[in-house]
Design a protein around this ligand. Structure first.
Ligand code: 13P
Ligand code: SF4
Length: 361
């Protein structure tokens, strides 16, 4: 019997693309440069080199009736070059559910593409980078959830959306960074189990102290775990010595000491909106305590000049996907780029997500 070999890895920059005229490429390169708004990293020359890829991806999307959604942490050539919608994980799961197209291409990590399949099982969901995981979703298995339920019988299990489909299938309600406090407050009873993010679990313990006991797990986001309250204090001191009024905006996947030092906490989308609001009222000295994609989006969407202080951290999983992967999966997806889940997993995980949609609004 013939042995089926795995496909060779994509050779970056070596995927041949359709032919476009010089003027089509030039127009597209200018569109990309003007949308990304970081000429020092995405110069006209760089944009010219990716323009044939974005042109063909946008053409194929039309021809094949594909809705391309990208998480905020994807690179700007994807978010501003080819995505039909860019947002946080809550908004994107609703868009995946409601999109009229028969095919969704999800440029992001695996658990988000699986979520799109769970909320729209009759659609084809393409995920260009099957190996793009997440340290949170990799931290917990379905068996871990069954074990924790046995240990704390009777308590509802709440899972963060950064979990596999199999884990969601074992849980009662899903939450995201934009609704976890509100949904957990609304659940009946005086206790919950929250998995897998230990930092969000700690924020919940503080938020619900005296009202509900919160049993937590020990997963963490490797990106947001890198930030510390100490770094923020150091930057605040420097900034105030230089006469700046630093505004610190953090993602809730950070530890408690980071959130205590922050002026504002929110999901990737809410952080971006708040940064734009602050900049529009003259508060331009901003420190974004999150993944670099949010910084890219703020730079692209701000109408005014900003003074971004400190460094962002990059998620190696989110940054796995490149335009070449998207183009290849649109042209002719490999079987491992098409999300396929057991019908019983879809049904049970779908219930967990439906609970989120009804409690979040
Ligand atoms: P958001 O829902 O805030 O986009 O978060 C997803 C994520 O993976 C953040 O690390
Ligand atoms: Fe997972 Fe963290 Fe990357 Fe988000 S930033 S995908 S939580 S590892």
């Amino acid at each position: 019997m013939a042995i089926e070999l795995p496909p060779p890895p994509l050779q970056r920059g070596r995927l041949s693309h359709a032919a476009y005229t010089d003027s089509e490429v030039e127009r597209e390169a200018k569109r990309l440069r003007d949308a990304i708004k970081q000429p020092f990293r995405w110069s006209l020359e760089t944009c010219r080199s990716i323009a044939p890829l974005t042109l063909e991806i946008n053409q194929l999307k039309q021809e094949k009736d594909v809705f391309l959604i990208a998480h905020s942490y994807q690179t700007p050539d994807i978010t501003y070059g080819v995505a039909d919608s860019v947002a946080d994980s809550y908004a994107l799961s609703k868009e995946a559910r409601d999109a009229p197209q028969r095919t969704i291409l999800f440029s992001s990590v695996r658990f988000m593409a699986e979520t799109a399949k769970i909320v729209s099982p009759h659609k084809t969901v393409l995920h260009p980078s099957p190996d793009a995981g997440c340290s949170l979703s990799d931290a917990i298995t379905a068996q871990d959830v069954r074990d924790i339920r046995t240990k704390y019988p009777g308590l509802p299990v709440v899972c963060y959306i950064n979990t596999s489909a199999e884990v969601k299938a074992e849980c009662d309600v899903c939450v995201t960074s934009s609704n976890y406090l509100r949904i957990c407050e609304r659940l009946p009873g005086n206790g919950i189990i929250f998995v897998p993010d230990k930092f969000m679990g700690k924020h919940l313990q503080n938020h619900l102290a005296g009202k509900k006991d919160v049993i937590i797990f020990d997963g963490e986001c490797e990106v947001h775990a890198a930030f510390t309250g100490e770094k923020i204090r150091t930057w605040r001191k420097r900034a105030s010595e230089a006469g700046m009024n630093l505004q610190v905006l953090s993602h809730p996947e950070c530890d408690t000491d980071v959130l205590e030092e922050s002026d504002f906490v929110g999901s990737s989308e809410i952080l971006m909106e708040e940064a734009l609001r602050l900049a529009s009222i003259g508060k331009k000295d901003l420190m974004l305590i999150t993944e670099c994609g949010t910084t890219d989006r703020v730079l692209a969407e701000s109408e005014v000049d900003l003074n971004l202080v400190g460094a962002c951290v990059m998620c190696r999983h989110m940054k796995t996907t490149q335009l070449e992967d998207i183009l290849q999966s649109l042209r002719d997806p490999r079987p491992d780029q098409i999300i396929n889940l057991e019908p019983s997993v879809i049904e049970r995980a779908g219930h967990c997500l439906d609970q989120m949609f009804s409690l979040a609004e």
